[in-house]
Design a protein around this ligand. Structure first.
Ligand SMILES: [Zn+2]
Length: 255
């Protein structure tokens, strides 16, 4: 690492839980972000801030005025622009040393394998179950770890999944098969508080860093299959273990 980069990440490097080895690992890592909305925006900010060397951004949506209340990387000037492209512009300005690829496309069963290829972890912050399940199944098949971060009103849910590893649950073990066809985009109907989704996005970024640092530094404890449920109103946090479903259609044949 150059003196400039050492200085930029000095506050990470001095942390025993990250250290110089951890920082070098982050710089060599590739994170794919699915959904550049309320979760993806702060997640991108913290992953880029952490010096994750390669970031792939996937979203087929364009920035709307009603997004600015919570989607922190966009400004008034981005309204009407594709989110993935606007996010890539933000990233290039924030830290030109990081490699970025933007895909203005919806991730589906048909293209997921191609879009997540080469990822160390996929951070899914999208807004519907059908996409989440397609991403999860593709991760299991490709042997890629998955950080899932989701929000319903004031309840956040964040978990790391390693469905490709023996005896580990995948996201589909958690939610089952019922939601494949259903689009649950509910922000417009139910409302969403910007600071709340920001907490979940930052939580997701930290969960992804735990995956990236596995075997390198002590923060690298991915806590596979542990679902952290954040109640923003109380506020409180509880954690539950997700059991592997032995007949899960996503992971039962993989391990
Ligand atoms: Zn499964």
């Amino acid at each position: 690492m150059t003196p400039d980069r050492l200085n930029r990440f000095a506050r990470h490097i001095v942390l025993p839980e990250v250290g110089a080895m951890g920082q070098a690992r982050l710089a060599a890592s590739h994170v794919v972000l699915v959904g550049m909305g309320g979760i993806g925006s702060p997640a991108l900010q913290y992953l880029a801030g952490a010096g994750v060397g390669r970031l792939t951004l996937i979203d087929d949506d364009v920035v709307e005025a009603s997004n600015l209340q919570r989607q922190t990387i966009y400004t008034q000037a981005d309204i009407g622009k594709p989110k993935a492209e606007a996010a890539a512009v933000w990233l290039a300005e924030f830290d030109p040393a990081l490699a970025v690829t933007a895909h203005v496309t919806r991730i589906t069963r048909d293209n997921a394998a191609e879009l997540i290829a080469g990822a160390d972890v996929v951070l899914d912050g999208c807004d519907n179950f059908a996409t989440r399940l397609a991403v999860s199944d593709a991760c299991v098949k490709a042997g890629v770890s998955l950080t899932s971060a989701a929000l319903g009103r004031f309840q956040g849910q964040v978990a790391n999944f390693a469905g490709h590893r023996q005896d580990h649950a995948c996201y589909r073990c958690f939610v089952g098969d019922a939601f494949d066809a259903e689009d649950c985009d509910s922000c417009a109907d139910l409302g969403v508080l910007g600071a709340m989704v920001g907490m979940v996005g930052a939580f997701g970024a930290m969960a992804a860093m735990r995956v990236l640092l596995e075997g390198v530094s002590t923060l690298g404890d991915p806590q596979w299959g542990q679902l952290h449920v954040l109640d923003g109103l109380k506020p409180s946090l509880r954690t539950m273990r997700i059991a592997r479903d032995p007949v899960c259609s996503g992971c039962s044949a993989a391990a």
